[in-house]
Design a protein around this ligand. Structure first.
Ligand SMILES: [Zn+2]
Length: 158
């Protein structure tokens, strides 16, 4: 059992060049290394939640703290559109043995505050938990330059 004050090891197990954009990408990347256990984002992912003013269900797809800043639907002056579907409301852990549902898969990591260099907790179950580092550079200001300079490193001569 990890003790509470021990810092968790950080593992950059995905290649630096790999782009993780959505929860689905993240899930697939961790799954290459862990067949079971679970992933816990830093904050629960709110998929849908009730407007605090009129109780209408809203589509959120963001970290809990983003929702809490203004927990109202569009009609009550908040940023969140109304939801017509009955999706699960809150996801706090992703079980590695079952695929996340479609709505969770599509949530962008940026919406959860998880950019390159960010970490999510992975607990394989039979090994100590660790932090999975999102691959890529932290330097958001250079992001455009980097993508423009990317050239195919190995051309197989198609
Ligand atoms: Zn409302």
């Amino acid at each position: 059992m990890p003790r509470e004050h021990d810092p968790l090891p950080v593992r950059a197990i995905a290649p630096e060049t790999r782009k993780l954009r959505t929860v689905e990408d993240l899930f697939a990347s961790v799954r290459e290394h862990e067949k079971k256990g679970w992933i816990a984002p830093a904050e629960p992912i709110v998929l849908t939640a009730g407007c605090t003013a009129c109780a209408t269900k809203c589509v959120v797809k963001a970290a809990e703290s983003s929702w809490m800043i203004n927990a109202r639907c569009g009609e009550c002056g908040g940023p969140w559109p109304r939801s017509e579907m009955t999706a699960p409301g809150l996801v706090s852990v992703l079980d590695l043995e079952t695929e996340p549902d479609d709505q969770t898969c599509l949530v962008e990591l940026a919406e959860l505050g998880l950019g390159p260099g960010g970490c999510v907790l992975v607990d394989p179950g039979d090994e100590p938990p660790y932090l999975f580092e999102i691959p890529g550079q932290h330097t958001f200001s250079q992001a455009h330059d980097l993508t423009e300079k990317v050239s195919p490193e190995s051309s197989m001569g198609s």
